[in-house]
Structure formats: structure tokens, C-alpha cells
Design a protein around this ligand. Structure first.
Ligand code: PLP
Length: 283
């Protein structure tokens, strides 16, 4: 695989980042994941905008313009002959040459890393069966709207899901669902789509924004508000959204089957609309 590090395209074995890099020592880094379908980048503009916002929130310099970033994405797709999968992008505050909690002075250059991952996104077998989830207490920090690489708790939540024999964990705070381990969470009741409103408690999903816009255009009813895990278990259907899963049905929460236990109509319809519309705008 050819990866990108600070301006260079290198075989992955040759790519290196310092042991003093703040991304490594402090998770002082932000990231984005975009999906590639048919060799094209899905929702690039949204991901580039959120990246800028994450950097601003952490007072981190932006070392690369949006145009250059798009070019790096295209180069990686080409050099790796990627037709379907993801591009991972990470920007850390860089290498100050030693370990210190305080942010380094402005002259430390952020570290930019991008790499590709091959994956079968369209023919994900979970679309047909739906996903099963368990609920776990949300133990992440309070600024989940900033897409940082502090992913230890979401990794632990994923392992709890695996240990329980299910696909993912929905995180719960004060009885209300925040989001999935790496996705936004939705329930559908009496034809109404309910998903948590934006705030510091959840990541502002790029797929979420697109799906809600398409749902509205399709005259579907939407309610953006917190919902409890009990309400979720009594829903008619549920689903998640993320860059790499698009829209994915959820059929079971904590062992409770939703509706008839099969992927819901709204989820499948939104998946179809999302894929059709986002492919039209792919770069
Ligand atoms: N919520 C969390 C915690 C995530 O990690 C992600 C994606 O990685 C999402 C939501 C979905 O965001 P997006 O649709 O931008 O991929």
C-alpha cells in the first residue's frame, strides 16, 4: 500500500512518524474517514469542513488546503487502484521533540497522514440481516463533536459488543442514547424518524446531515431530540449512519427484537436514496 505522510507518497513500510508525535503520546490529533465507491470520493466537502472545524476547536494549525487534500485523496485512490473502501486521514499537532502536556509553540508543524483501506461497502451482508446492538454507558469525554483520535472507549464498547455476540454498542448517557461506537443512531416510531439533536454530546455525522436532508426532501417526518434506550427498544425500527456503513438497519437492542425483527422499510429506503444521491455528487 502507498500511504501519504507530510507531503510524501511512500510504501507503508517506509512511512514513519516520531515517537514524540503528540498524536501518539496524547491522542492530540483529529481524523476523518471518507468512503470510496467506484473510485470516487463520497461527501468530500462535508468531511473537509468538519476537519477544519475540529482543528479550529483544538487551536491546531491547518497544514493543508482543501484543494491539496482532495488531490492527495485522488492520488491515493489512483496509486492504490482503490475502487471501493475508505480513506483515513489524520492530522496531529506534530512532534515538539519532547513530551510536555502544554501545546508546543506555533512553529511545530502538524503531522498529516492518509492511507487507504479496501472494503466491500455496498455488498455489506448486514444490510440483509440488520445489525444487533447492546447498550453500554457512554464513558467518553464531553466534546464528542470534535473528531479526535481518543478512541479507546469506543474500542472497548466494540469489544463489549463482540463479547455479547452482537455487532455494535449504542452508548447511553443519563438514560438517553448518544450514538453508536462509530456511527449516529436513529429509531423510527409511527413513521417518524427520531435521532439525537446536535450538540457536544455526539459527533456531527456527515452522513447524518445528508440522510436527514434526503429524508426531509422525501417528506419523511423527522424529530431531532434525545431518546431513551427504553424508547428505542419499543421502536418500530432502528438504524445507524456513518461514512463507511451509509445507512444500516438495526434489528435488535439488548436482546429485544424491533418490529418484526427484520431490517426496516425506512432504513432500506434511506440507504437507497443516500447511495443514489451521494454517488451523483462523488468527486
Ligand atoms: N459518531 C461517531 C462517534 C463516529 O465515530 C462516526 C464516524 O466515524 C459517526 C458518528 C458518523 O459520522 P460520519 O457520518 O461523518 O462518518
Amino acid at each position: 500500500r502507498i500511504v501519504y505522510v507530510n507531503g510524501d507518497y511512500l510504501p507503508e513500510e517506509e512511512a514513519k512518524v516520531s515517537v514524540f508525535d503528540r498524536g501518539f503520546l496524547f491522542a492530540d490529533a483529529v481524523y476523518e474517514v471518507t468512503s470510496i465507491l467506484d473510485g470516487k470520493i463520497i461527501a468530500f466537502d462535508g468531511h473537509a469542513k468538519r476537519l477544519k472545524r475540529s482543528l479550529d476547536e483544538l487551536q491546531m494549525q491547518n497544514p493543508i488546503s482543501t484543494e491539496d487534500l482532495l488531490e492527495v485523496h485522488h492520488q491515493l485512490v489512483k496509486r492504490n487502484e482503490l475502487t471501493e473502501g475508505m480513506i483515513y486521514l489524520q492530522i496531529s499537532r506534530g512532534n515538539p521533540g519532547d513530551r510536555d502536556f502544554a501545546f508546543p509553540s506555533e512553529d511545530v508543524t502538524p503531522t498529516v497522514v492518509l492511507f487507504t483501506q479496501t472494503a466491500n461497502l455496498l455488498n455489506n451482508p448486514k444490510v440483509a440481516t440488520g445489525m444487533k446492538v447492546i447498550s453500554v454507558e457512554d464513558q467518553r469525554w464531553a466534546r464528542r463533536d470534535i473528531k479526535t483520535t481518543q478512541l479507546l472507549f469506543p474500542s472497548m464498547a466494540k469489544m463489549m459488543a463482540k463479547a455479547a455476540g452482537v455487532d455494535d454498542a449504542w452508548m447511553v448517557e443519563d438514560g438517553h442514547v448518544t450514538e453508536g461506537s462509530s456511527n449516529n443512531a436513529y429509531i423510527v416510531k409511527d413513521g417518524k424518524i427520531i435521532t439525537r439533536n446536535l450538540g457536544h454530546e455526539i459527533l456531527h455525522g456527515i452522513t447524518r446531515a445528508a440522510v436527514l436532508a434526503y429524508a426531509e426532501a422525501a417528506q419523511m417526518q423527522i424529530e431531532e431530540r434525545p431518546f431513551t434506550i427504553e424508547e428505542a427498544k419499543n421502536a418500530d425500527e432502528a438504524f445507524i449512519t456513518s461514512a463507511s456503513t451509509f445507512v444500516m438497519p438495526v434489528v435488535e437492542i439488548d436482546g429485544v427484537a424491533l418490529g418484526d425483527g427484520k431490517p426496516g422499510k425506512s432504513a432500506l429506503r434511506l440507504r437507497e436514496i443516500y447511495l443514489e444521491e451521494s454517488m451523483k455528487q462523488a468527486l
